[in-house]
Design a protein around this ligand. Structure first.
Ligand SMILES: Nc1ncnc2c1ncn2[C@@H]1O[C@H](COP(=O)(O)OP(=O)(O)OP(=O)(O)O)[C@@H](O)[C@H]1O
Length: 304
C-alpha cells in the first residue's frame, strides 16, 4: 500500500502526501531523519529551520524527486504538483520568453497562461526574456507556472526570494487566495518567519530532524524554536487576540453575553465598547490559526 514512488492511493481521506519516518542519507551522513508529517487539502504547512537544516531535501522527498533511504512516503493517486524550486537550472545564455517558460513542461492554452500571469501580477511580461527579468519578476513567473498546472499540492521553496516588501505581502496573499479558491494543499519553505507563520496552519521546525511543530503560536513559544532562531525570534512578538468571545468547535461564536452567532465582527452588538478588534486575546477551541507572529513593531495588516 505504501510506496516511496507515489503510486499509492491514500485511503478515502484528504491527505495529499504523508511522510513516515523519512530519512535521506548522503556521503555517510543523514541529511534529514525521522521526518513525519502529512499535508491535507486546503492545509498550509511551512517548514522553517536554519540553512542546511534539510528543508529543500524534505520538500524533494515529499514530491518524489528524492527517494527516502529509510521510511516511506505516500502520495494521493494522481496527485498534481506545482513546484517552485529554490534554484532552477536554466541556461541563461539561451533566449527564453516567459511564454515559453510557462509551457516548458506542459501545454497551456493562451487563456490559462494569461490567467496565471495575471494572478501573479505580470501579464505584461508574457513576451519578456526570462534572463532580463528582475529577481522578483522571475519568482512571480515561476509561481504563475506552478499555478497554471492547477495543482492539488503546491510546493514553494522560498517563493518570495528577491521579491520586494510590498510584493512579498501580495504574493503571500495570493498564495493564500489560491489555497482558498482551489482547496489545494501547500508546502512552503521560508525564512520569512513573521509573514509565513501568520498564514500557516502548521509550522514544522526542522534541523536535520523535526524539532517542534504545531500552530504558529505553539511553535513560536516553544523552547526548541527559540533556541533555533535565537536572536531572530527576539524581533518577533507573538500577539494574540483577546476577544470577549469563544470559537466553538463547529466554527460558530459564543459571545460573552451568552449568544451564539455564525460569525463575529466589531459593531455587531456583542462586543465591549471601544474594543480594538485586532489586538485582543482570542480564546480558540479549534485548530485554526488565530494567533500570529508579528515583528515587534507590529505589522498586523496582512494577517489572515
Ligand atoms: N546530494 C547531496 N549530497 C550531499 N549533501 C547534500 C546533498 N544535497 C544536500 N546536501 C546537504 O544537505 C543539507 C541540507 O540541505 P538542504 O538544501 O535540504 O537545506 P535547507 O534547509 O533547504 O537549506 P537552506 O535554508 O540553506 O536552503 C546541507 O548541509 C546540504 O549541504
Amino acid at each position: 500500500m505504501l510506496t516511496t514512488t507515489g503510486a499509492a492511493a491514500l485511503p478515502g481521506e484528504s491527505r495529499l502526501v504523508s511522510l513516515d519516518n523519512a530519512g535521506i542519507r548522503r556521503d555517510g551522513r543523514w541529511l534529514v531523519r525521522g521526518v513525519d508529517f502529512s499535508i491535507r487539502r486546503g492545509e498550509v504547512v511551512t517548514l522553517i529551520g536554519p540553512n542546511g537544516a534539510g528543508k529543500s531535501t524534505t520538500a524533494k522527498v515529499a514530491i518524489g524527486v528524492l527517494r527516502p533511504d529509510e521510511g516511506t512516503v505516500t502520495r494521493m493517486h494522481g496527485l498534481r504538483i506545482g513546484y517552485v524550486p529554490q534554484k532552477l537550472a536554466i541556461d541563461w545564455t539561451m533566449p527564453l520568453s516567459v511564454r515559453r517558460l510557462m509551457r516548458l513542461t506542459g501545454s497551456l492554452d493562451d487563456a490559462e497562461l494569461r490567467a496565471a500571469l495575471e494572478a501573479t501580477g505580470i501579464p505584461h511580461l508574457v513576451d519578456a526574456e526570462v534572463r532580463h527579468l528582475s529577481g522578483g519578476e522571475f519568482q512571480r513567473a515561476l509561481l504563475a507556472r506552478a499555478i497554471a498546472r492547477k495543482p492539488d499540492l503546491m510546493v514553494l521553496d522560498e517563493p518570495v526570494q528577491g521579491v520586494d516588501f510590498a510584493g512579498e505581502s501580495a504574493l503571500y496573499d495570493l498564495i493564500r487566495s489560491i489555497r482558498n479558491s482551489t482547496g489545494c494543499g501547500i508546502l512552503m519553505i521560508s525564512h520569512d518567519l513573521h509573514m509565513v507563520m501568520a498564514g500557516t496552519d502548521t509550522v514544522i521546525c526542522l534541523n536535520g530532524h523535526i524539532c517542534c511543530r504545531g500552530t504558529p503560536e505553539v511553535v513560536g513559544q516553544s523552547a526548541d524554536y527559540l533556541k533555533l532562531f535565537g536572536g531572530n525570534s527576539r524581533s518577533l512578538a507573538v500577539y494574540s487576540h483577546h476577544h470577549d468571545h469563544t470559537h466553538l468547535p463547529d466554527g460558530r461564536v459564543l459571545h460573552g453575553d451568552g449568544s451564539i452567532t455564525d460569525h463575529c465582527h466589531p459593531g455587531d452588538g456583542h462586543h465591549h465598547e471601544n474594543e480594538d478588534h485586532s489586538s485582543h486575546d482570542h480564546q480558540l477551541h479549534h485548530n485554526s490559526t488565530h494567533s500570529h507572529l508579528a515583528p515587534a513593531t507590529g505589522r498586523e495588516d496582512d494577517r489572515v
